[in-house]
Write a protein that binds this ligand. Structure first.
Ligand code: SF4
Length: 433
């Protein structure tokens, strides 16, 4: 089978999307391509940003390739599945440009995972994969009878048919990925890097572990990237060595929660590369923070979320430390790592005065703490389910309306008021049954 794997040309005008808008390596498509080729299939992988191509140009390249199957993702790479743009405008635009020239069509991503029926309707694809997608893409290439493939949802005479649970990749054995040289050359972006540099070499995203053993209320990972798994160290290091040989000077570990892993950190000390991570600061001991800095970490994004114990409890953080202890660890980290950020979420327990006090405290000690961002109740998060139960066919619309209505002020990282979902999807997405 010939399979086209497409990360479309993203745009975010009017979106609530608060993830990064730069280019990132589409790891999910990279794994799928490697698995497809290992199984004897052919694959063409395209990326709008990394190849500087708009959706019409991507569609034309897919059409020239004449694939049997075209796979498009509904989030800008695995890094952002937990905070994807709610609207399906961009993948819909790509599929409209493709206009049936890509064989059978499949959408992968958080939308089809949580709400398969509206995703199928809005995009008009033949199938969606529910959950992590790489092995299931291969399973679809292996058979023409998609009704028998676990993790796949389809519309049959307008009714939803799903088979099996949402999928979790075994992940631990994923072989080292190799990216086209020109993609890396088009990836100057050092994700979430704000130190003074020097910024040497291309940027790249890698994945040493997937999932997280916690269940924070706001975290959209119930349907994918949930259970914690650690990838074989030799594969991670082989991938990193290949990237360094191709001119990469900065790595971003997309791991939900970069847990202390001494062997990985010790291996990184010897390598000419610096890196960034997202983690929970309460899981690090002072000596390991020192090792993290020694290994080349230049950016830590730590999810503190709330500055009060009640707030952290409300968000189900399961954090055993109090705020002064957490602040002290962040300051300790900053002694070894040049950029440390404490992520904050707007919670009713945290008064303006508390927020101002701790932000000043941290910023004065070199730790960045953002103005608290509002919480978006993604359909794959416990927050959504606590508010409204299991996601139904209007889950994204409901979450979006709630988000727009519940907050009268928006974070300093959002510079325009987001638009309603129906408006964002009006032009591109097909009429819903
Ligand atoms: S610790 Fe981070 S990744 Fe884990 S559930 Fe909480 S927010 Fe999600």
């Amino acid at each position: 089978m010939k399979v086209a794997l497409v990360n479309p040309a993203w745009s975010f005008d009017g979106s609530i999307y608060f993830g990064c808008r730069h280019e990132h390596l589409p790891l999910e498509l990279g794994y799928a391509k490697a698995l497809l080729e290992a199984a004897g299939h052919e694959a063409l992988m395209l990326d709008g940003l990394l190849q500087d191509a708009d959706n019409a140009a991507l569609a034309a390249r897919v059409a020239d390739y004449r694939p049997d199957i075209t796979v498009v993702t509904t989030a800008p790479t695995y890094l952002f599945w937990r905070c994807a743009p709610p609207e399906l405008r961009v993948p819909a635009e790509f599929l409209a440009a493709l206009a049936g020239r890509g064989g059978r069509t499949v959408a992968v991503g958080p939308h089809g995972s949580a709400t398969p029926k509206p995703t199928l309707e809005k995009l008009g694809v033949d199938a969606v994969i529910r959950g992590e997608c790489e092995e299931t893409v291969v399973a679809l290439a292996e058979t023409s009878d998609w009704s028998q493939v676990d993790g796949v949802a389809r519309l049959v005479d307008g009714a939803l048919e799903t088979r099996g649970p949402t999928m979790a990749s075994p992940f631990v054995d994923h072989a080292p990925l190799v990216w086209p040289r020109e993609w890396l050359a088009n990836h100057p972006h050092h994700h979430h890097r704000f130190d003074e540099g020097p910024f040497v070499g291309h940027g790249a995203e890698v994945e040493a572990s997937r999932g997280c053993p916690y269940d924070c209320a706001f975290c959209a990972k119930i349907d994918y990237r949930d259970k914690y798994r650690r990838r074989k160290l030799e594969h991670v290091l082989a991938e990193i060595d290949g990237l360094i040989a191709q001119g990469v000077g900065y790595l971003y570990f997309i791991d939900e929660i970069f847990l202390p892993q001494k062997a990985l950190l010790e291996a990184l000390i010897e390598r000419p590369v610096v890196f960034g991570v997202q983690t929970r600061i309460d899981l690090w001991k002072p000596d390991l923070l020192e090792l993290l800095g020694e290994a080349g970490c230049v950016s830590i994004e730590a999810g503190l979320e709330s500055l009060t114990e009640e707030g952290r409890e409300m968000l189900a953080k399961r954090c055993r430390m109090d705020t002064p202890e957490l602040a002290a660890l962040l300051v300790k980290a900053r002694a070894h790592v040049p950029f440390v950020q404490a992520n904050l979420i707007g919670t009713p327990t945290d008064s303006k005065e508390i927020v101002a006090h701790w932000r000043e405290h941290l910023i004065a000690r070199g730790v960045w703490a953002n103005d608290p961002v509002p919480l978006y109740p993604y359909p794959s998060s416990p927050s959504y389910r606590e508010l409204w139960g299991l996601p139904d066919d209007h889950a994204w619309e409901r979450a979006h309306e709630h988000y727009l209505a519940a907050f009268d002020r928006f974070s300093d990282i959002q510079d325009e008021r987001p638009r309603p979902l129906a408006e964002l999807e009006d032009v591109c997405c097909g009429a819903r049954a």
